[in-house]
Design a protein around this ligand. Structure first.
Ligand code: HEM
Length: 435
């Protein structure tokens, strides 16, 4: 998952009608604001930073379907970087690597090249082969807290499960997953919230730790590849040759270290933050809707639909950016060239023109899987099948082993960490009767 670091700066002014998305209370519960925007100004220019927020389902799809006009490459906007983002970039340039733009930050045909290479690793058959190990990890995590009758679900389960899985897949030491989670947090910090220069530099220092650790991991595999994803990336050109798809000029060259750093950035952030958030929110939604939890227990065949409905209702990625490459009209709004356009998946997923009674959480919803929580178009989440597999295995294990799950204590008034584009919950303390 990559982000646009520059969007967080801007003044404090707020639209008279639409509540400010820089207000933590609005970020915590944005759904009334989304409804106003979908109805009154579906392509809304945020007064704080001039970014356009797109909230209707059809408009979101149009943006995501047209990479020539709505580019995933943030190039050309460096001049707009805030002081803190510039300071962080300087730290990386001086003592680390300036990441190349790969995969999520590219458009076709460059994107196609990266996607083809990585797509094989994340192909369904490869992910399905991981299922027994994911099941084992899920049960081991439950074993660790089952007897106590309570746990802090986020830190005791939702974080380590995808954390250990992505570490093992990449070939990183899974025992160090808390350190890698700190990396992921630091990598995303600039796009989550406004930071002072000191805070931005502190986060950049953590990202430097990540880059140097990863550089050593790349080096160790150059001569001695292992059975892991880092080895595949380091030797990606050979994989292309083996599969006889080396037609593209770039595919017979190994990835540069700047490309490898950027790919790892996307895999570490994508692998950690999002699935943790989906697990936590999925369980929280069941706790808030005990009737739905009872239905799911009685009819486990609804599991996949429950997963889709929770991703639709309140998914981990609220929105992501594109940049307009030319002047363009969307709805009745004229967007200038070079503008930041945020597709707000979370608002599109509650669009009544697509989903009947969109604000009702209904695990039997017939078209729940039409959500855009994994994006849409050429950048559709490459880890979607992995995430679904983890979610399926995790919720099966939880429902099988824990009865009478309830909140152990009331949550904070604002249940999410402030983030401009993600939906991380702060915690989820639960108690239960273990079977
Ligand atoms: C519930 C969990 C997840 C959600 C909701 C999610 C969401 C998304 C979304 C919305 C995009 C589209 C980005 C765009 O259009 O610019 C995306 C792309 C991506 N995701 Fe995920 N993701 C999840 C899990 C994962 C996992 C487990 C991984 C990897 C280990 C991952 C890696 C990526 C990567 C590398 C991309 C870029 C793909 C490309 O540009 O072609 N994601 N994800």
């Amino acid at each position: 998952m990559t982000t646009s670091d520059e969007m967080m700066h801007g003044g404090a002014s707020s639209s008279p009608d639409i509540p400010s998305f820089f207000d933590p209370a609005v970020q915590d519960d944005p759904f009334a604001a989304y409804e106003m925007m979908r109805e009154q100004c579906p392509v809304h220019r945020l007064p704080e930073n001039g970014m356009y927020m797109v909230t209707r389902y059809d408009d979101a799809r149009r943006v995501l379907s047209d990479p020539k006009v709505f580019s995933s490459s943030p190039s050309g906007r460096t001049a707009q970087l805030s002081e803190s983002a510039r300071a962080a970039a300087q730290v990386m340039a001086d003592r680390g690597w300036v990441r190349a733009q790969t995969l999520q930050r590219t458009d076709p045909p460059v994107h196609t090249h990266y996607r083809r290479l990585l797509g094989r690793v994340f192909a369904r058959r490869n992910i399905d082969a991981l299922a027994p190990r994911i099941t084992e990890i899920a049960h081991e995590l439950i074993d660790a807290f089952a007897a106590s009758g309570e746990c802090e679900f986020l830190n005791d389960f939702a974080l380590p499960l995808p954390g250990i899985v992505i570490c093992e897949q990449l070939g990183l030491d899974a025992a160090q997953y808390p350190r890698f989670k700190r990396w992921a947090d630091a990598m995303l910090a600039g796009a989550q919230r406004s930071m002072t220069v000191d805070e931005a530099v502190e986060q950049a220092e953590i990202e430097l730790d990540a880059q140097h650790h990863l550089a050593a991991e790349f080096e160790a595999r150059r001569d001695e590849p292992r059975d892991d994803l880092i080895s595949l990336l380091v030797h990606a050109h050979r994989m292309a040759d083996d599969d006889e798809v080396a037609g593209d000029a770039n595919e017979d060259e190994p990835f540069t270290i700047e490309e490898l750093q950027d790919l790892m950035h996307q895999l570490v952030t994508g692998g950690f933050e999002t699935t943790t958030s989906a697990l936590t929110k999925g369980l929280y939604l069941l706790l808030q809707h005990p009737d739905q939890m009872a239905t799911l227990r009685a009819r486990p065949e609804l599991l996949d639909n429950f997963i889709d409905e929770s991703l639709r209702f309140d998914g981990p990625v609220a929105g992501l950016w594109r940049t307009s490459t030319c002047p363009v009209s969307l709805g009745d709004v004229d967007i200038e060239e070079g503008a930041s356009v945020m597709v707000r998946y979370a608002a599109a997923n509650r669009d009544p023109s697509r989903f009947e009674n969109p604000d009702v959480f209904d695990i039997e919803r017939p078209n729940a899987n039409e959500h855009m929580a994994f994006g849409f178009g050429n950048h559709f989440c490459i880890g979607a099948w992995l995430a679904r597999t983890e979610l399926r295995i995790a919720f099966s294990a939880i429902l099988e082993r824990l009865d009478d799950i309830e909140l152990a204590r009331p949550l904070d008034d604002q249940v999410h960490e402030f983030s401009f584009f993600l939906r991380p919950m702060k915690e989820l303390p639960i108690r239960f009767n273990a079977r």
